[in-house]
Design a protein around this ligand. Sequence first.
Ligand SMILES: NC(=O)c1ccc[n+]([C@@H]2O[C@H](COP(=O)([O-])OP(=O)(O)OC[C@H]3O[C@@H](n4cnc5c(N)ncnc54)[C@H](OP(=O)(O)O)[C@@H]3O)[C@@H](O)[C@H]2O)c1
Length: 250
Amino acid sequence: MSRLKNKVAVITGGNSGIGFGIAQEFENEGAKGVIVGRNQETLASSVAQLGDNFIAINADVTNLADLERVFKQTSEKFGKIDVIVANAGGGAVGTVATIDEAGYDKTMDLNLKSVYFTVQKGLPYMNDGGSIILIGSNAAHRAYPSFTLYGAAKAAVIYFAKGFSSDLLDRKIRVNVITPGTTDTPAFEKFVPAEQIEAVKQHYASVMPTGRIGQPSDIGKTAVFLASDDSSFMLGAELLVDGGMTYLAK
Ligand SMILES: NC(=O)c1ccc[n+]([C@@H]2O[C@H](COP(=O)([O-])OP(=O)(O)OC[C@H]3O[C@@H](n4cnc5c(N)ncnc54)[C@H](OP(=O)(O)O)[C@@H]3O)[C@@H](O)[C@H]2O)c1
């Protein structure tokens, strides 16, 4: 398949979970480009699996100088960029009674500020007519316990798809957002003790209308659609890729 033949893509958080799933599906469809993350070990192992059409850049998406470097290096290596996936992010567990100012800034920097500046810093290096894909979360739609701040950041990311699309009409750059539900990624390891991970995944699967949680490839295949010309009539849209979790969960 070659729906993304010769398209140049930058995928933040492409060295793990959903981002790596997106990079794999992009590679399957003929794309080339860059994965971005901070963990040198997973950057190296991921890019080795992706093959010669991808390189890895070690950068922190909350650091604006790092973002400038990512897009400059990408365009020096591959030319102008066709697709940006602002995927890097992560949950912060806590309530309005417990997350302090430092926690607030950390969560908002990673899940909101990084998305804004990934797009802003990428724009000068992007082709007109390109596609930008943001990653939301079903936590933006339901008040899951202790995901208050993360859910609020992701709700704003979902808004960004509309606002950015409006801002970029003159360049015909389309911005859409994929909203995953619970997806099988290493993110579980950050919140759940190792010995409980399987049980927690099984619990989520049992309440899902589809009887399973999502796989990174589910999100990756949707991202291929949004990156390709098949979605040329879509901008500012949110695609809920959650196995029915948000509106139909038991
Ligand atoms: N898994 C789910 O159930 C789920 C559900 C809804 C939405 N999401 C969203 O999907 C996206 C991917 O999550 P995931 O589940 O795939 O998590 P993951 O496996 O933990 O991956 C997170 C990725 O983000 C990167 N990252 C984190 N902080 C970064 C920083 N400051 N600079 C650069 N890269 C950074 C990580 O790379 P390094 O560690 O190398 O920096 C990693 O590649 C996130 O936006 C998340 O909120 C996930």
